[in-house]
Write a protein that binds this ligand. Structure first.
Ligand SMILES: [Zn+2]
Length: 278
């Protein structure tokens, strides 16, 4: 069966309507970690709010301004990775839009939000009221935005359409990521509009699947440690069969995030990059 989250071939430079009052422009940054590119969402047809402006690429920013076709008033950020928030400052300087988002990581400082959103705060847009939902895990300050009236959730990199999220310690924490998945379960049914990949029609089913996937990965790590201690690298080759070599580093970071969480719960011991069962 085809999956619209995966069967997704955006036309770069052209915004596509995904719902009433909401359009999507995919940046020209396709790659092994970004799939077809970062999705930027344009809310409103007369006064535009951009959710995740994308990478700081002048061609892409020109695409965004042209696609908006109306004044861009606000740039809302899910998290401060360069492929999502890189263009915030340039777009704001060119349009006068205010930047709204979580407190930025001081080590990145891609932009300074004019308004910092906290969990539960709302942002008024032409397409309806967005509510910030703190969803740490992929990064410490990741936020999803709920457009409850439309049954839509802008899920950023917390839940993606095409792959599981990368959780990179120390900014990303597996314990937080799992708790943030539970937050979305509590939210109920929504269509997810992710940062990468097409819409996820049944967000709740996707979140449940992601939880199961992480639990299975954790079980595989514990199994790999049953007979002997292993390094992170050895665990990666034992449990990720047929992995695209371009993703080896991402897999190692994910195993490290799992290792931290197992260690926090007293299930493994870690000395440098060598793990053992307790
Ligand atoms: Zn990210």
């Amino acid at each position: 069966m085809s999956d619209p989250a995966l069967d997704f071939t955006p036309t770069h430079g052209i915004a596509e309507r995904v719902s009433s009052g909401i359009r999507r422009l995919t940046a020209r940054n396709a790659g092994p970690l970004t799939f077809r590119g970062t999705n930027c969402y344009l809310l409103g047809d007369h006064e535009v709010t951009v959710i995740d402006p994308g990478p700081d690429d002048p061609t892409h920013v020109a695409d965004l301004i042209a696609a908006a076709g109306a004044p861009i008033r606000r740039v809302v950020v899910t998290h401060d990775h360069a492929d999502h928030a890189g263009a915030a400052r340039r777009l704001s300087e060119m349009t006068g839009a205010e930047i709204v988002g979580p407190a930025p990581d001081p080590s990145r400082l891609l932009h300074r939000p004019d308004r910092i959103v906290a969990d539960g705060e709302t942002i008024r847009t032409e397409a309806g009221e967005l509510r910030a939902i703190a969803t740490p895990g992929h990064t410490a300050s990741h936020v999803c935005y709920d457009l409850a009236g439309a049954g839509l959730l802008f899920s950023g990199d917390h839940v993606m359409g095409w792959s599981t999220s990368v959780v990179v310690p120390p900014d990303g924490r597996m314990a937080d990521y799992m708790a943030s998945l539970d937050r979305l379960v509590a939210l109920g049914a929504r269509i997810y509009l992710p940062g990468h990949g097409g819409p996820v029609a049944d967000g709740l089913a996707r979140v449940t699947e992601l939880k199961r996937h992480r639990q299975a990965r954790e079980a595989a790590i514990l199994r790999a440690l049953e007979s002997d201690d292993r390094t992170i690298e050895e665990i990666v080759s034992a449990i990720y069969i047929g992995l695209d070599p371009a993703l080896t580093k991402a897999a190692a970071l994910s195993v490290m995030a799992h290792a931290d969480w197992l260690e926090e719960r007293g299930l493994v011991r870690r000395i440098t990059d060598r793990l053992s069962r307790l």
